[in-house]
Ligand binder design. Structure first.
Ligand SMILES: Nc1ncnc2c1ncn2[C@@H]1O[C@H](COP(=O)(O)OP(=O)(O)OP(=O)(O)O)[C@@H](O)[C@H]1O
Ligand SMILES: [Mg+2]
Length: 212
């Protein structure tokens, strides 16, 4: 399985990645070499912007697939870089527990945590008007606890109209058999906490229901 993942990751990188780079390069050369109308230029820009967005998605997929990035330390590095790219003007702190760094993550857990983290930060950017964000990753007993706190306007969880974002957060939590708590009050900021058993984190399998 690991060898297959490595092969797919490098094939994607080498084949699809190179093709996308060629599209971007060709459109840059065309723009320099020929004179286009404003409308034509617009289409050309669209073309290279779609290609570079696809390149970003591809990079992420390759990173996820590559078993070389399966340690918790790799995920923490990725989350830090996403936080600084996304939060920009909002100041943030990032604490991660050293006891977790050597842990291995299953592909499913890695993927779901990454996508959840992105959505939580997107929500902060879009809705919170926060000045500061705290990101904490701690080992509590046998669990990983990932907390993201903002000091923004908050919201009423029971009254708010849920979009795909919050709905997916709960679906993803369920898929990795974690626990998600969202504590938010109007005017008091928001705290999102994901709790995940460490054994679960390694295997990514759903917990088997215990029937007594
Ligand atoms: N950190 C936050 N601070 C303040 N309000 C928030 C925060 N996170 C979510 N909300 C509120 O919860 C609502 C639902 O969030 P949700 O992510 O489900 O939808 P959305 O962000 O509006 O759209 P999308 O489906 O694209 O994510 C938001 O519209 C917003 O009112
Ligand atoms: Mg959202």
């Amino acid at each position: 399985m690991e060898r297959l993942r490595t092969r797919i990751a490098s094939d994607l990188h080498d084949d699809v990645g190179t093709n996308l780079s060629s599209i971007i390069l060709s459109s840059q050369i065309m723009e320099k070499k020929f004179s286009f109308s404003t409308e034509e230029k617009e289409y050309l820009h669209q073309l290279s912007s779609i290609a570079s967005k696809t390149q970003d998605v591809l990079k992420e997929t390759v990173w996820l697939l590559n078993p070389m990035n399966d340690s918790f330390a790799d995920l923490v590095l990725r989350l830090k870089s996403i936080a600084s790219q996304t939060l920009r003007e909002i100041s943030f702190s990032f604490i991660s527990d050293e006891n977790l760094l050597h842990e291995k993550l299953s592909l499913e857990v890695k993927r779901n945590i990454l996508l959840m983290f992105k959505e939580i930060l997107q929500n902060i950017i879009k809705h919170s008007r926060a000045n500061t964000v705290k990101i904490e990753i701690r080992k509590v007993k046998d669990s990983l606890v990932l907390k993201i706190l903002d000091d923004g306007i908050g919201f009423n969880f029971n009254e708010v109209k849920r979009g795909n974002g919050l709905t997916n957060l709960f679906f993803r939590t369920k898929a990795i058999a974690g626990k998600l708590d969202i504590d938010s009050k109007t005017g008091k900021g928001t705290e999102v906490a994901l709790n995940l058993n460490i054994t679960q984190m390694r295997t990514g399998r759903k917990a088997v229901a215990v029937i007594t």
